[in-house]
Design a protein around this ligand. Structure first.
Ligand code: NAD
Ligand code: MN
Length: 476
């Protein structure tokens, strides 16, 4: 007898969706001056969730002016201990409203509730708690006896971890005495707008946090605005390059967190079942919409024959479907555009003779979906070995010696993350020393903690977010 899972949907009644959302400027929700709105969808069924204002140049002006005023008259003058109290308060309200935030994030983004509930939102609260603790200890952070805030930060974030990327950007900026104007991604603005309500609830002084919604043009107007002191961006390498060009020649500080093509190296002595589990989370967590995803599996040739069937058996057990169902492992692709990119890249693999495998299953009829996919017979020259797919697609390559593993892992324009699976400590350290990646996980993958710095080498960007290191990007 086969036992099936019964549906276990999380209730969405905890979310009070508004029909329209305006911009959050100087502590209030105000319409965009251009009067334009865009729709945010639920990518799992294409339901229209809400209309969200599109900020133009005049709104950017207003928000930057509000942030400047707040920084100079209130936030920059406040003691660190006082700033810390606000951040602790925000962290506690996030915890209190965690179910609402998790359900809303799942609706707007398409990622499984299991992840928003157990990963995204707890990490968001943890980031605010962590940086709240730094606010009155900045003189002891190793950046001189009297480190100063930069001023106003322009921050642009992507759609893959909407609220978590907001926390990574806003918590360290505020702890160090900066004020911010943040633009969430156009497909996932809703949790940022609830965060704006949380700032009101915490009685954060007006202008300290401003949220401007809109698409690429709004982002461009914000990062090009001459009235800010710092630009922080997470997103595609292409847009990151444009931003680096526009910031060059100004005295703004810049941090960029861009794409990745992380390698998960599995040596022949690794604990196989744990490695299978780690490789699966490494690429299928958050539908593979993860810049530090382990999108390339490098498996030692001598165990490939044993490993791959076990890997496929595990992937076949992943449950794809309703993101609000508590048993769902793989949710929806965030947008039609992203689905198109994933299809385009995996189609090139077919043309190049790569072998494609997905478990047999039907995909939901509405919404944006892509079955978990394992590509074997991949060589270094294939596009799927070099380009970031940003979807649930694993490219498998093999190696014979540790030297070959390292050479292949480093053979990428990116350098964000890597994983190493081995029982031997010496082999682990030997490998980690030679990998050019900002984060290296050992016998685990996709582990995040606010105390730990995160960031890239090469085309994955520069600067670090998280930990004590993350303070530096906001201190003069
Ligand atoms: P994107 O870089 O276009 O968008 C990221 C953010 O930048 C969004 O808020 C967007 O509105 C804004 N933006 C777009 N153009 C801008 C501009 N000229 N100036 C300022 N801001 C601008 O990313 P995307 O199109 O959503 O995704 C494309 C690819 O980027 C993905 O396939 C993936 O490879 C990569 N990506 C990486 C991350 C990451 O976490 N590193 C996140 C999302 C996407
Ligand atoms: Mn959406």
């Amino acid at each position: 007898m086969i036992f099936e899972y019964a549906p276990a949907p999380e209730s969405r009644s905890v979310v009070g969706l508004r029909q329209t959302y305006d911009l959050f400027i100087d502590g209030e929700f105000v319409p965009a001056q251009g009067g334009e709105y865009v729709t945010s969808l639920n990518p799992a069924d294409e339901e229209e969730l809400a209309q969200v204002a599109v900020a133009g140049a005049a709104d950017v002006d207003r928000a930057v002016a509000a942030a400047r005023r707040a920084q100079e008259t209130v936030w920059g003058r406040m003691s660190g201990a006082e700033r810390g109290k606000y951040l602790f308060r925000i962290a506690r309200i996030i915890q209190e409203r965690s179910r609402e935030l998790a359900v809303l994030e799942t609706l707007d983004n398409g990622k499984p509730i299991k992840e928003t509930r157990d990963v995204d939102v707890p990490l968001v609260a943890a980031h605010f708690f962590y940086y709240a603790g730094w606010a009155d200890k900045l003189a002891h952070a190793g950046f001189g006896p009297n480190p100063r805030p930069l001023g106003v930060a322009a921050q642009v974030i992507p759609w893959n971890f909407p609220l978590l990327m907001l926390a990574w950007k806003i918590a360290p900026a505020l702890a160090t005495g900066n004020t911010v104007v943040l633009k969430p991604a156009e497909t996932t603005p809703l949790t940022a707008l609830v965060f704006a309500q949380i700032c009101q609830e915490a009685e954060l002084p007006p202008g300290v946090v401003n949220i401007l919604t809109g698409a690429g043009e709004t982002g461009r107007a914000l990062v090009e605005h001459p009235g800010t002191d710092k630009v922080a961006f997470t997103g595609s390498t292409e847009v990151g390059r444009q931003i680096a060009r526009s910031v060059a020649g100004t005295d703004k500080r810049l941090t960029l967190e861009l794409g990745g093509k992380g390698a998960n190296i599995v040596y022949d002595d690794a604990a196989i079942d744990q490695a299978v589990e780690g490789v699966v989370t490494g690429i299928f967590f958050n539908q593979g919409h993860v810049c530090c995803a382990g999108s390339r599996l490098l498996i030692q040739e001598s165990i490939a024959e044993e490993f791959l069937p076990r890997l496929k058996a595990r992937v076949a057990k992943l449950r794809l479907g309703d993101p609000l169902d508590k048993n769902t492992d793989i949710g929806a692709i965030n947008s039609a555009a992203q689905l198109e990119r994933i299809r385009e890249l995996t189609d090139t693999a077919d043309e190049e003779g790569v072998e494609r495998w997905s478990p047999a299953r039907d995909l939901p009829e509405s919404g944006y979906w892509f079955a978990p996919t394992v590509l074997t017979g991949v060589s270094q020259a294939h596009r799927v070995a070099r380009e970031e797919i940003f979807g649930p697609v694993l490219s498998v390559l093999t190696f014979r010696t540790p030297e070959e593993a390292v050479t292949k892992a480093n053979n990428t324009p990116y350098g964000l993350s890597a994983g190493v699976w081995t029982e031997k400590g010496s082999r682990m350290l030997w490998t980690a020393e030679r990998l050019r990646a900002g984060v290296i996980w050992s016998n685990t993958f996709n582990k995040f903690d606010p105390t730990s710095p995160f960031g890239g080498y090469k085309e994955s960007g520069y600067g670090r977010e998280g930990g004590r290191h993350g303070l530096e990007a906001y201190l003069g």
